[in-house]
Design a binder for this molecule. Sequence first.
Ligand code: ADP
Ligand code: ADP
Length: 221
Amino acid sequence: VEATGLYHIYRERDVETVALRGARLALRPGSWTSLTGPSGSGKSTLLQILAGLLTPTAGAVLVDGDDMTRMTPDERARCRRRRIGVVLQRDNLHPGLDVAGNIALPLRLDGQPAGAIRDRVGTLLDEVGLADRRHRWPARLSGGEAQRAAVAVAVAARPAVLLADEPTGELDERSTSAVLDLLEAARAAHGTAILTVTHNPAVAERAGRSLVMRDGVIGDD
Ligand code: ADP
Ligand code: ADP
């Protein structure tokens, strides 16, 4: 993924907030980048744009050379589904599917055979320590369980890019390392490019590169 010249302006009635002012960022296959920065500096806005969930006011987001900002909503949804895994701060899980169903969903949309899906879901449930929660509804999970489930969903289809906003925000030390190990496994085994937005030093420590966002622009640490 390569983003250049990103500007984003939120307009609410007659109030304008410039959230991004010329941000650029490249995520190479197999890299892990950590992004920090003060609250309000534009990190979540950037993540949503990279995920194709928000269209920037100006700028380009190239995914394998295709500009996501110029795609139709259908094309963008397909690109997201095929190539991008996202962990947001909330609302990552489909409320109408249990934990196993949520993890299975991206694999089903990808057209994978039932046996492969069952194996992959079982492995991921074990890896995030949710084997005994497989039939729970999202509404009945703790914050930490929901977060671990969200990470399992995001890596399930082995995306080219994984974007995560504070993926360990609600986790204790042990779950934090399980989640970080899962991200590292995706990076090492499938060359998934990872971007973690975090204030947690344990997360930043796993990254090969640290960037800081200030006032809508990204600089080196
Ligand atoms: P961060 O994730 O670094 O805290 P954000 O991207 O959430 O930063 O916010 C960047 C700026 O954009 C802030 O000034 C914030 O108040 C503003 N902003 C974020 N989301 C919205 C929104 N939906 N409507 C209006 N302003 C917003
Ligand atoms: P078991 O039947 O052994 O308890 P699971 O409940 O984990 O196994 O489900 C086995 C497989 O069925 C999963 O890997 C997934 O592919 C699929 N699955 C489970 N729940 C759902 C659901 N709600 N929606 C869609 N597929 C599901």
